[in-house]
Design a protein around this ligand. Structure first.
Ligand code: ZN
Length: 105
């Protein structure tokens, strides 16, 4: 069914292109391609903005009675994060650091 439609549309386009001029065939195709590209770009922008809003809207709260340390298994480095930007652990020595939560008295 789709091939039949494509063959019919191609035939009509060839007839129009030969008789009236090829600009009447390619201009609408170019317009449709530009419209599809523009809509896809706007969709990607909206989608990225939504992701950014979700990341900014839900910062990981750092409670005052506990603190989270990250330690590197490879070299023993410990890191105390005061503000946590991303939910995943930071990297050190080429691997993810391990999380350890200490409860303060
Ligand atoms: Zn390390």
């Amino acid at each position: 069914m789709r091939w039949l439609l494509l063959i019919v549309v191609t035939g009509i386009a060839a007839v129009v292109g030969v008789t009236v001029g090829w600009q009447w065939v390619f201009a609408p195709l170019l317009g449709a391609a530009l419209l599809r590209w523009s809509i896809a770009s706007l969709r990607a922008l909206v989608h990225d903005a939504r992701d950014l809003e979700e990341m900014e809207a839900a910062p990981d709260p750092v409670s005052s009675d506990e603190r989270t340390l990250f330690w590197c298994e490879e070299c023993g480095t410990e890191v105390l994060l005061l503000v946590r930007g991303a939910p995943r652990a930071p990297s050190h020595c080429g691997q993810r650091m391990h999380e350890r939560t200490e409860i303060l008295n």
